[in-house]
Design a protein around this ligand. Sequence first.
Ligand code: HEC
Ligand code: HEC
Ligand code: HEC
Length: 466
Amino acid sequence: MKKQKRGQFLIGVTLLLIACGWITCRVMTAYSTPSEELAPEARVAAILESGGCISCHSANPELPFYANIPLAGDIVKTDIEEGYRAFDIEGLMAKLKDGGIPNPVDVAKIEKVSIDKRMPMAKYYLVHWGSQMTDKKAAMIAEWARDYRMAYYNDGLSGERAGEPVRPIIAKAETDPRKVALGFSLYHDTRLSVDNTVSCATCHGLNTGGVDNLQYSKGVENNMGGVNAPTTYNAVYNFVQFWDGRAKTLAEQAAGPPLNPVEMASTSFDEIIAKLAQDEKYVAEFNALYADGITEANITNAIEEFERTLITPNSQFDKWLLGDNEALTADELRGYDLFKANNCATCHVGANLGGESYELMGLRQHYFEVRGMELTEEDNGRFKQTQNERDRHRFKVPGLRNIELTWPYYHDGTRATMEEAVRDMAKYQCDAELNDAEVASIVAFLRTLTGEYQGKKLTSENENGL
Ligand code: HEC
Ligand code: HEC
Ligand code: HEC
């Protein structure tokens, strides 16, 4: 009898606990899912706030009370250090609150970790009630991300593809054809170099994918630089130019190579202008277009205007994005799905699949320590410009358009094939080991990104042999 009562008592207590747990759970869920009445930005901000994202992803984290307890505190500090190294959420939070326009890479990143329910991690949400990511919260973020992309890219994507992180190239004719023609001539003119041997096209051939297919470029007198040449095709989509972002615009960029000692090695723009001024055709063209004739600013302005036309629309992938379901094979489509599933489309986003942010090379696994090559000045990346330790080994993410033509890969030109580049990206950036079939599918997808220049599909005169 006594035993039976104790049993009933225990069952009672258990039921009570379950009931309490259920109620608490309901209350907490209700509390942590933002109201549908809030504006979408406010809803996303509330989800990120309740998720504690700012605690681990900011330069000035608010340390939780247990941060000073030995052991627990050490774990928290390591999480914060690694969290801030991996992702800085401050810019996004500020934009969500002030109504500014967030960076598309930030949007892709928070969308992906919330779909995967990877953040906040269990050890955080288990002690912070209401912070856990739920399907409902993830759906709110995805819906906001889709509307954001439709407005941000304004590229006409609609229906089921409106929310894709990769966007089509939409040709917009906003250039002055006379300046474009002048820029074309300057781009191919060796007189920009000290000994009249090297033009922009020497290293960025339009018939070779906009690159030279060398690990490091050769300038005048075969001088070698220390970093791989990115393509000029679609460079107009980059938020800044160069691996380290040291030029804000294409015109600012174009002022660099002519005076760079290992590239064109002219001693000054005056020297270049003096040479160009002997050419009557140039004198007439510059005078017709610019009140002050041949100047450094006008030379670089014309080159920029020309480079704005170096875009490559109409790839198979863009046709698919714009609604042609037949444009991709099942394997290519699987490659795109793998590209998204493995996080590639959190850094390689937008019309150029990159060029919108600086990212750490070796985010998830050390790259430079195992590369088997001495560290070089170029390996410092963005750090060269800012001297901020957090920027060491951060690079402007390269675009992936026409990637099948722009080998070798990475800033150090160490990857000869797309297969190597893809497998190693998965390893170092995403902590994922892809099998051969997965790599092949992603490469098949990447090949669909080759587009058209002046109505013709881009090919390379350099023999690939791959
Ligand atoms: C307790 C600390 C902590 C909290 C809270 C936290 N994170 Fe993280 N986060 C980390 C750490 C550590 C990493 C790096 C390790 C990893 O990627 O798993 C990381 C990585 C990330 C990344 C980079 C992923 C990648 O591979 O590119 C993103 C994006 C991110 N977190 C977003 C969020 C968001 C959004 C929230 C809130 C919903 C959040 N985090 C909450 C610690 C945290
Ligand atoms: C000797 C080879 C060489 C010549 C000549 C050369 N470049 Fe480059 N170009 C490079 C290399 C190497 C880089 C990468 C340098 C870096 O990021 O620090 C680069 C970067 C660029 C970029 C930035 C692309 C990106 O994604 O960041 C543009 C645009 C560009 N060059 C245009 C030009 C123009 C225009 C000219 C002629 C005025 C020119 N280049 C001449 C080798 C060359
Ligand atoms: C955290 C951001 C990030 C993620 C995630 C990422 N990448 Fe990259 N990707 C980069 C950066 C940065 C570089 C340049 C690295 C360097 O030059 O050292 C790069 C370079 C590349 C290149 C070579 C481009 C060139 O012209 O040299 C390819 C191809 C590439 N990534 C594909 C992928 C694929 C496929 C995935 C997914 C498996 C992926 N990336 C995931 C940031 C990222």
